[in-house]
Design a protein around this ligand. Structure first.
Ligand code: CP
Length: 306
């Protein structure tokens, strides 16, 4: 069966559960400091990691996952590739895949890039979306779901509050699409300039502009970075005001001392969360990162499974 991971939209629930379950196996080995190594899974396969936008977590965890599954891994810094000389995205991808690539992991600033590549690349090439503009970031949502299930057992009926730059967040979109299928209730919080009109109706989530009211009804929160690189004008007065109204400050962290806090990273300390919050015992930031390696192994394995 041919499989791609272009987004959570279109990914059957059975496949979501299968990937999450398999990632539990991989994380159990990682937790015992036994790197899970299955060199036959991607033996004789070559994976190209093509990151047109910067990345620390996603790119390095894909590389680790690929190596542990026995793939040959090629990572190109697209900022230093011939793209800057004017070569088109499609031509660049055709050139790279002509070298005998089996899987393309792509991150790009344009929404829909994974679907576009699916139309232009040979059918035999499998594609994983590692984040396309403000559209989707499916492996982030899978690792967040794995982290939440590890905390709660079942997430059904739990309320997740996602805070901040909802408008530009592919993480928010993929998480909403995935976690709603698992029965989570979701509230998005932020200034009205950072939450698109109709977002609540389109995605079936609650919209709130008062963070303290939302926190009092939450089982878990996820803070998001303000994505200035996707904003062509100021969408809130200043960082200090944003922090006061929408930041998980040390004061808010103390007021809700048992509330788990997720952040996909990279985090801007002093903006969406304070040092005390990021480093608190309820911060799941580093657990999410560890989960990321296990989830990406599970996704790569799933691509070629029966
Ligand atoms: N969460 C996330 O996608 O982080 P990176 O940009 O570092 O990959």
């Amino acid at each position: 069966m041919h499989r791609d991971l272009l987004g959570i939209r279109g990914l059957p629930k059975d496949d979501i559960l299968r990937i999450l379950s398999r990632s539990d196996h991989f994380i159990s080995l990682l937790d015992q400091h036994t790197p899970p190594i299955y060199p036959d899974v991607l033996k004789n396969r070559t994976v190209a990691n093509l990151f047109f936008e910067n990345s620390t977590r996603t790119r390095s965890s894909f590389e680790l996952a690929e190596k542990r599954l026995g793939a040959t891994s090629l990572s190109l810094a697209m900022q230093t590739s011939s793209v800057v000389k004017g070569e088109s995205l499609i031509d660049t991808l055709k050139v790279i895949t002509a070298m005998g690539i089996d899987v393309v992991v792509v991150r790009h600033q344009s929404a829909g890039v994974a679907q576009l590549l699916r139309k232009h690349l040979k059918d035999s090439i499998r594609i994983i979306n590692a984040g396309d503009g403000a559209n989707e970031h499916p492996t982030q949502a899978l690792l967040d779901a794995a982290t939440l299930i590890e905390m709660f057992g079942s997430v059904e009926g739990k309320r997740l509050t996602i805070i901040g730059d909802i408008k530009h967040s592919r993480v928010a979109r993929s998480n909403i699409l995935l976690l709603s299928q698992l029965g989570m209730k979701i509230t998005v919080v932020g200034p009205s300039t950072l939450i698109p009109r109709e977002f609540g109706k389109v995605f079936g989530v609650s919209v709130e502009h008062n963070l303290d009211r939302a926190l009092s009804q939450s089982d878990v929160v996820m803070a998001l970075r303000i994505q200035r690189e996707r904003q062509d004008r100021a969408l809130f007065p200043n960082v200090q005001e944003f922090r006061d109204r929408y930041g998980i400050t040390a004061k808010r962290c103390k007021a809700y001392p048992t509330l788990p806090i997720l952040h996909p990273g990279p985090a801007n300390r002093g903006v969406e969360l304070d040092d005390e919050t990021a480093d608190s015992e309820h911060s799941m930031m580093y657990r999410q990162v560890t989960r990321g390696v296990a989830v990406r192994m599970a996704v790569l394995e799933w691509l070629y499974s029966e």
